[in-house]
Design a protein around this ligand. Structure first.
Ligand code: 0O2
Length: 214
């Protein structure tokens, strides 16, 4: 993207990426605090790991093309919502909603949109909980709101999504039907695995509680 920009636009682009990077740092810190506090109070970490990324200029341009928009900085800010993206990987499906709620309850985070692909999976079988949020970034002379796409999913959902993403890339979006069907079937297996792992965990927690009361 930078190659087609004049000096002023390069400045704007650099400032924008600084704002998006700062937003990712802030959300990362918020999540680390929640995870540490959770460990302290409940003796377990709901978050397995966190990945964050800034969308590459190539992907931004591709998305703008998909929307039929010119590749300008204004369009990038107006139309591409996931320039800053963070993915939170949890152990259990129940952790997903708990983390989403804890983040939404923070007063500086404004939830713009929720897409619950866990309750409503995509036809591909894709499952994940997506939140589009804004949060204020305090610069030296002003405050700007930065938008971040937060994806929350289990380890198993993430395993599925990573493989499906690679396959989709390999076939440029035209996955052969038999592989697509196989992926849908695997997505069902992932859901059932998540349910069973969550039941085991609940059972273990119950046993732990009753032992403490004895
Ligand atoms: P990347 O490379 O991960 O950034 P929209 O943003 O509304 O125009 P879309 O795709 O309808 O586009 O939004 P949606 O459905 O909320 O998807 C946003 C992101 O979720 C995608 O970003 C993917 O990361 C992920 N995602 C959505 N559907 C699937 C799916 O079927 N399989 C996999 N593996 N991931 C999915 P990008 O920008 O498409 O890609």
């Amino acid at each position: 993207m930078e190659a087609n920009l004049d000096n002023n636009q390069v400045d704007t682009w650099n400032e924008l990426t600084l704002v998006y990077k700062s937003a990712l740092k802030e959300i990362n810190t918020k999540l680390e605090i929640l995870n540490d506090e959770f460990q302290h109070v409940h003796q377990y970490n709901p978050i397995e790991h966190i990945k964050s990324r800034l969308k590459t200029p190539e992907s931004i341009v591709k998305k703008l093309k998909k929307y039929g928009q010119e590749s300008t900085i204004e369009n990038m800010v107006s139309y591409v919502n996931d320039i800053a993206g963070i993915r939170i990987i949890c152990s259990f499906a129940s952790d997903i909603y708990m983390i989403a709620e804890m983040l939404s309850n923070q007063s500086d985070i404004k939830v713009i949109e929720v897409r619950d692909y866990i309750r409503n999976p995509k036809p591909s079988g894709y499952k994940s909980y997506h939140m589009l949020v804004t949060l204020p970034i305090y610069l030296s002379d002003r405050i700007v709101d930065a938008m971040v796409e937060i994806q929350i999913r289990t380890v198993a959902m993430d395993f599925w999504a990573s493989l499906e993403h690679k396959i989709n890339y390999k076939f440029e979006g035209n996955i052969p039907e038999y592989i697509r069907n196989e992926l849908v079937e695997c997505a069902h297996m992932v859901s059932s695995l998540d349910d069973r792992m969550m039941s085991i965990n609940e059972e273990v927690l119950k046993l732990g509680n009753s032992e403490q009361q004895e």
